[in-house]
Design a protein around this ligand. Structure first.
Ligand SMILES: C[S@@+](CC[C@H](N)C(=O)[O-])C[C@H]1O[C@@H](n2cnc3c(N)ncnc32)[C@H](O)[C@@H]1O
Length: 435
């Protein structure tokens, strides 16, 4: 039976959000009887005050409840998705037990509260608990599908991409939606931890590859990465982005989609959702091993109206540092994530060892993306990557390719227009997910 169906008098009835009393709702939950409608009503009234239900009461009669838009977001839709797994995921015992130690993140930021309680980082902990991983995948699907609908409505940066890797892509929903919208993308690679992709559903056109982004990332024209960087320290982000650089084919681009805190600590839902998200990440995922790094958002787009991603002549002479969108930096006392765009762009001091940041290069005159792929792919990709299904990715499989990329040509530039669009989308999506 669907969530919006109920049995009344032995018949299956579609509820269509008809207002129901507590005892009617109880009959839906417990068709064989029992339960306490009065206690349920206590809960329904509180949830009404939080906007999950609307209360209907004619002339002081029985209270009836229907779902508000917020309430509806917790009910599974035709695709079996809702925000409910996200709420459940955030309230698992393993998470809840980290919250009493939130003050520790202030006293000693080098170990996140989750690790203090469980002795290991969250992702490796999930890895040992299939049910936690499963809930994480369903949670990500539930929040990411509506988010990606917004992204794909307004973001055109996928033009010209033939092979796309989603790094930390979870069950592959983002990639599935991108491929459904952009048929010119020939191949999608959903790259995540082996235990995550091991249970991911099969998706036409998508190869699931298990691996570790801190070791290496499968080669592609473009890398998509959503809600990944925000959960890692600056040092770790640097490593992930170095691996992205190595994985990108000539003229490639990284499309990073991350929440960005605003400057103003106002009382809007959007600000609160972002600030709460930041504290969640601080508690569960992100220790601080170093305060001295910048955190950058590199979005490496092409001209929205052209089929060529980033090989325009003018890109050649662009000074990368003038085109960075900095998401915070050491000038700020604490690590913040905020955006400086266009005129406000901060000129960062790039750490020497980050070679790719220092050397913006001209993209190859890649006449077509297929050529770029075929020139490199024999070395670049393990042969199994062409077969849809689940494969484990070994770093050795494309080490040659990695060095070829570093010696080859590439252009790294940033278009703040796209940054702004994504930042805006993130804000909206976070706002709606918290409303
Ligand atoms: C917050 S989720 C985002 C999922 C997906 N991008 C989305 O937006 O729906 C972060 C993802 O990063 C993955 N991840 C964590 N550590 C990883 C690693 N070392 N290598 C690859 N993926 C990793 C997690 O398994 C998880 O699926």
């Amino acid at each position: 039976m669907e969530d919006n169906e109920c049995r009344e008098g032995g018949k299956k009835v579609r509820l269509a959000n008809t207002p129901l009393s507590a005892s009617q709702i109880l009959t839906c939950i417990l068709p064989s009887g029992g339960g306490d409608a009065e206690n349920l009503q206590c809960i329904l009234r509180l949830l009404t005050s939080y906007g999950v239900f609307s209360e209907h009461r004619e002339f002081g009669g029985e209270r009836k409840y229907s779902l508000t838009e917020i309430g509806k977001s917790l009910v599974t839709d035709a695709e079996g998705l809702s925000y409910a797994p996200y709420v459940l995921q955030h309230h698992q015992d393993a998470f809840m037990s980290a919250w009493p130690l939130v003050h520790e993140a202030v006293l000693d930021p080098t170990i996140e509260p989750f690790v203090k309680v469980h002795g290991e980082p969250a992702y490796s902990y999930y890895g040992k608990m299939p049910e936690m991983n499963g809930l994480m995948r369903r949670a990500m699907s539930g929040v990411s599908v509506p988010f990606m609908t917004s992204v794909l409505d307004s973001y055109n940066g996928f033009k010209g991409v033939k092979r796309l890797v989603d790094v930390g892509g979870s069950a592959g929903d983002c990639l599935r939606m991108i491929l459904q919208k952009h048929h010119f993308i020939c191949e999608g690679i959903n790259f995540d931890l082996p235990e995550v992709v091991g249970e991911a559903p099969s998706i036409p056109g998508v190869t699931h590859i298990g691996g570790d982004m801190f070791n290496s990332i499968p080669a592609a024209n473009a890398i998509f990465m959503k809600w990944v960087l925000a959960t890692w320290t600056d040092d770790e982000c640097k490593l992930i982005m170095e691996n992205c650089y190595k994985a990108l084919l000539a003229g490639g681009k990284l499309i990073a989609c991350e929440p960005v805190l605003l400057d103003d600590s106002n009382e809007s839902q959007r600000t609160r959702a972002l600030l709460e998200g930041d504290i969640f990440v601080m508690t569960i995922y992100r220790a601080k091993d170093d305060n001295s790094f910048y955190f950058f958002l590199f979005i490496l787009p092409g001209d929205e109206d052209s089929d060529q991603s980033i090989s325009d002549e003018e890109d050649f002479n662009v000074d990368l540092r003038d085109n960075c969108v900095s998401l915070g930096g050491p000038s700020e006392k604490e690590k913040q994530i905020s955006v400086f765009v266009e005129d406000e762009v901060e000129t960062p001091e790039f750490p020497d060892e980050v070679g790719f940041i220092f050397s913006p290069r001209k993209a190859s005159t890649c006449s077509s993306d297929e050529e770029a792929i075929s020139a490199n792919e024999a070395n670049a990709l393990p042969e199994f990557s062409r077969t849809p299904g689940i494969k484990t990715f070994h770093k050795d499989g494309f080490q040659d390719f990695g060095s070829a990329r570093l010696d080859g040509e590439n252009t790294w530039s940033v278009v703040s227009k796209e940054a702004k669009a994504l930042v805006h989308l993130n804000e909206n999506a976070l706002c709606s997910s918290s409303s």
